[in-house]
Write a protein of this length. Structure first.
Length: 291
């Protein structure tokens, strides 16, 4: 079981949403006494979807872009360094190349435990143009990705919702337990009720086993709920809103995609449809299927 966090990565592009991610990362760093890494990747492209590299047309553009980015990173370090207490420190790094690949390499090289990403207010534009794909990053690195909006800065993670599918997500269970123990939280286990009763026994087995695992790890309070509906992401989000949850633990599988044809086309994850912070964790190599 992960006992603590040591390194938190915040990808920055110097937009407003970075403030929310940095603030939440610092809050976590002060709780777990860990380091925060602010990383900017300069791709040289005019827009994320345009592969045109301006440095090929204007050699001076690349140098100017890197210099400007470094100054902005140093400014962020000056602003936020004093906010970290308890032994952690703030690191800044400037990289060049493909953002997704560079971030994945950095995560692996420096053993990041968590990535914190700020979400823009306009979901569609962010989904289409963002150079940091949450599901892709979670799949590629097996490191949890926490998405945060400005509304997610209100409180600590006092109510943590853990939706369950037909597998036992050991890593998500352990991560939820660690966070709940640190923040003195309650974990809410939720799963869809099978109206036809065909898979209800398997789902009940997963729910019971998850409860047993958590109770073997900690004495944190746990509550179990069966949700109505046909889409786990939608039902989980509705439940989380009703109880004023502070965090949802999900993964990038299809079960956590929001319903609707447009959402399927754009692969709208639960994290993009939620004003509540969501941790997307792809560590499925630690799962056990229901028997």
């Amino acid at each position: 079981m992960p006992k603590t966090l040591y390194n938190i990565l915040v990808p920055v592009d110097f937009t407003a949403k970075n403030k929310w991610a940095i603030s939440k990362a610092i809050e976590l760093a002060n709780t777990f006494h860990c380091n925060v890494h602010l990383v900017h990747v300069s791709s040289g492209a005019l827009m994320p979807l345009l592969p045109l590299d301006m440095s090929m047309l204007m050699p001076s553009y690349d140098s100017a872009d890197m210099t400007n980015a470094r100054k902005k990173l140093e400014n962020l370090r000056d602003i936020y360094s004093n906010h970290i207490c308890g032994g952690g420190k703030l690191e800044i790094s400037l990289l060049k190349g493909n953002p997704s690949q560079q971030l994945a390499d950095y995560i692996q090289k420096f053993d990041m435990d968590l990535v914190v990403v700020g979400l823009a207010r306009f979901n569609l534009l962010h989904r289409v143009l963002s150079t940091v794909s949450i599901s892709r990053l979670a799949r590629k690195t097996n490191v949890p990705v926490l998405t945060i909006r400005s509304s997610g800065l209100v409180s600590h993670f006092k109510k943590i919702v853990l939706p369950l599918t037909d597998n036992l997500p050991l890593h998500r269970i352990k991560l939820a337990t660690m966070l709940a123990r640190s923040f003195k939280s309650t974990v809410y286990l939720v799963s869809l009720r099978d109206e036809e009763k065909k898979e209800q026994n398997a789902a009940s087995s997963i729910m019971d086993t998850t409860l047993e695992v958590i109770q073997s790890l900690s004495t944190i309070p746990v509550q179990c709920f069966w949700l109505e509906g046909k889409n786990l992401a939608k039902s989980t989000l509705e439940f989380s809103k009703r109880i004023n949850a502070d965090l949802i633990m999900a993964n990038p599988l299809k079960e956590f995609h929001m319903p609707g044809w447009w959402n399927r086309i754009t692969r709208k994850l639960l994290s993009y449809g939620s004003r509540i912070p969501v941790i997307t964790d792809n560590r499925n190599n630690e799962t056990i299927s229901a028997s």
